[in-house]
Ligand binder design. Structure first.
Ligand code: C5P
Length: 229
């Protein structure tokens, strides 16, 4: 079967909750995302355990530091055996190039966060960034591609415009996904799984619609069916 495009966000505060959920999932139907909260409490041991259980892991730590420090952190993450990791594109060209050199193409997928979706025009003004958020996203995605990284995280609403300016094999990883009948929780810019894929997303990051479901495996199966081409 084709590899799943769904990445389940393990937004839990301890390893036990994360392992309880993943015991109900199937590594052929999804990948997993471990972010800052879970990694800070459960660390590399949990990541290695998830990988031993057959899952591809996206380590979502969004590194942002001087080039040498980010390069070393990327190497450490790659040594854990993760499938995907990320850095902040706002760290700049030298940092992005150092990260790419530390994690060569064709090994771990290295992607970047462009502008945090929580940043609005006021936030940009506060930190002295000129331009509209959409323009900055396009600019940072282009920089990320030019530095040889494999893709970016972007909102479902940015996918179409990014697809027009980037290479076809540049990966777009999209959170803010909701099933038709779901509430949007605290997500403001949401899209359904099929709409996001149709617009050009490669992977969908989905948290609560799966993690809070009565039957997470069933939701995962339905999600995979809804985006099967
Ligand atoms: O539960 P939900 O589906 O909203 O989870 C989405 C996941 O994607 C969370 O881990 C969240 O931190 C992450 N994310 C996001 N929006 C972004 C970047 C990451 O929701 N712009």
């Amino acid at each position: 079967m084709k590899e799943s495009r769904i990445i389940v966000a393990l937004d839990f505060s301890n390893a036990e909750q994360a392992l309880n959920l993943t015991a109900q999932l199937d590594p052929r139907l999804c990948r997993l995302k471990v972010g800052k909260e879970l990694f800070t409490v459960a660390g590399p041991n949990l990541v290695e355990k998830l990988i031993r259980n057959g899952f591809d892991v996206f380590l979502d730590l969004k590194f942002h530091d001087i080039p040498n420090t980010v390069a070393k952190a990327c190497m450490a993450a790659a040594n854990l055996g993760v499938w995907m990791m990320n850095v902040h594109a706002l760290g700049g060209k030298k940092m992005l190039l150092a990260a790419r050199e530390a994690v060569p193409s064709g090994t771990v997928k290295l992607i970047a966060v462009t502008l945090l979706t929580s940043m609005d025009q006021d936030d940009l003004n506060d930190v002295g960034l000129q331009g509209k958020p959409e323009q900055i996203v396009l600019r940072l995605a282009t920089l990320t591609q030019d530095c040889g990284l494999d893709g970016v995280v972007c909102s479902a609403l940015e996918v179409s415009s990014l697809r027009q300016i980037i290479r076809p094999d540049f990966r777009l990883v999209t959170p803010g996904i909701r099933l038709e009948e779901n509430s949007s929780d605290d997500q403001k810019r949401v899209a359904t799984p099929s709409a996001a894929i149709r617009n050009g997303a490669d992977y969908l990051v989905i948290g609560r619609p799966i993690t809070q479901a009565q039957d997470p495996l069933r939701v995962l199966q339905q999600l995979n069916q809804s985006i099967a081409v």
